[in-house]
Design a protein around this ligand. Structure first.
Ligand code: FAD
Length: 317
């Protein structure tokens, strides 16, 4: 079922979460043990992230180094099919522009379509690890908006190959990313919102936000979206802090602020157990407030920390 159908039928705030594919070489059971604890809360859908290739340098016997591409977390689409089959829950594959030509994108979308997937989260992807600028593939998409356009065209039966007439239309419900605290490359919030609107105008059906710790920023973001005519559902993204290292890591990686009262509490923590307690309590309050405000669904970023998210959902839903 489409995400937007889940949202329109809901009588209260839905629960969804995001998982990462297991590291290459690990058993899929690893992934299932991260999903199992959530099944008692009836997730409406489960997102599965996409991880592009990374480059590693292997030392050769002649002393030179060879640059090799490797994907550490492959299997997004097949994992979605496995989740649907095992749990009977809709799974939403993430699809990125990075590393894909338009033709490869079309093939990936067909794989999803043949496997019966109704949803896709369309993203640009970050620059390759170690690089500062996003470089699209030859004939690939430079921005998520044109990826959305390609999916929308397939939904009308328009394929890249002109010779395909009356192609079978796909029927994807398309999600895109939004940033309450602005995407780190955007000049300002206004230009970022303008580009977000381009994604919606290109056919996106809903938005999932980057994680944030200050609900006021989310509410302001929703208001600003509505003011410029973005009328699709907006799903807030929540991630609990679970380690002391997160205090530095999360702002640096996701370009978000940690509010002063939260940072002050975290600074008093002597170990990860205490940090997780503070982080979980903060996220419980955030979640309760978002539910009270009537958000359609909350998207929890688990990042391999199911227990923290389980505690939040148990306390807040
Ligand atoms: P875009 O919407 O293309 O925007 C990227 C930047 O370009 C923004 O600054 C925007 O303002 C600007 N921009 C857009 N259009 C134009 C234009 N026409 N001209 C000039 N500037 C423009 N990454 C992964 O690799 N895998 C994942 O599975 C994944 N899942 C994610 C899930 C969620 C919910 C979120 C919020 C992010 C996720 N990401 C993932 C990270 C995402 O790929 C990065 O944040 C990426 O840097 C931007 O992706 P985007 O789709 O928002 O890009």
């Amino acid at each position: 079922m489409k995400v937007t159908d889940h949202l329109s039928r809901a009588k209260s705030t839905l629960f969804s979460f995001e998982v990462l594919p297991s590291l290459k070489g690990r058993d899929i059971q690893d992934l299932y043990s991260g999903i199992d604890p959530f099944m008692e809360f009836n997730p409406s859908f489960i997102n599965v992230t996409y991880h592009r290739e990374e480059f590693i340098y292997k030392k050769l016997s002649n002393g030179l180094h060879e640059r090799r591409a490797t994907r550490k977390r492959p299997g997004t689409v097949s994992i979605c099919a496995a989740i649907k089959n095992k749990y009977g829950v809709d799974a939403v594959p993430h699809l990125i522009c990075g590393g894909f030509s338009r033709d490869e994108t079309e093939s990936a979308l067909l794989d999803m379509h043949y496997l019966g997937m109704d949803n896709v989260l369309a993203l640009r992807g970050d620059p390759v690890k170690g690089e500062t600028v996003f470089v699209p593939e030859k004939d690939g998409h430079a921005f998520a908006s044109t990826l959305v356009k390609q999916i929308s065209e397939m939904n009308k039966g328009n394929y890249l190959d002109d010779e395909i007439v009356e192609g079978i239309p796909t029927d994807f419900c398309i999600g895109v990313a939004g940033y309450p605290e602005k995407h780190f490359e955007a000049q300002n919030l206004k230009s970022d919102l303008r580009h977000l609107k381009e994604k919606v105008d290109a056919g996106a059906h809903y938005i999932v936000t980057q994680l944030f710790f200050d609900n006021a920023k989310f509410f302001a973001f929703v208001k600003a979206c509505r003011q410029i005519g973005i009328n699709v559902p907006i799903i807030p993204g929540i991630k609990p802090i679970t380690t002391i290292k997160h205090i530095g890591f999360l702002p640096k990686t996701f370009h978000i602020d940690i509010p002063e009262p939260l940072a002050d509490e975290l600074e008093k923590c002597k170990n990860n157990e205490q940090a997780m307690h503070v982080g979980v309590e903060w996220s419980i309050q955030q979640t309760k407030e978002l539910i009270a405000a009537g958000v359609p669904c909350i998207h929890f970023y688990t990042m391999g920390k199911s227990e923290a998210v389980r505690q939040i959902v148990k306390a807040a839903y």
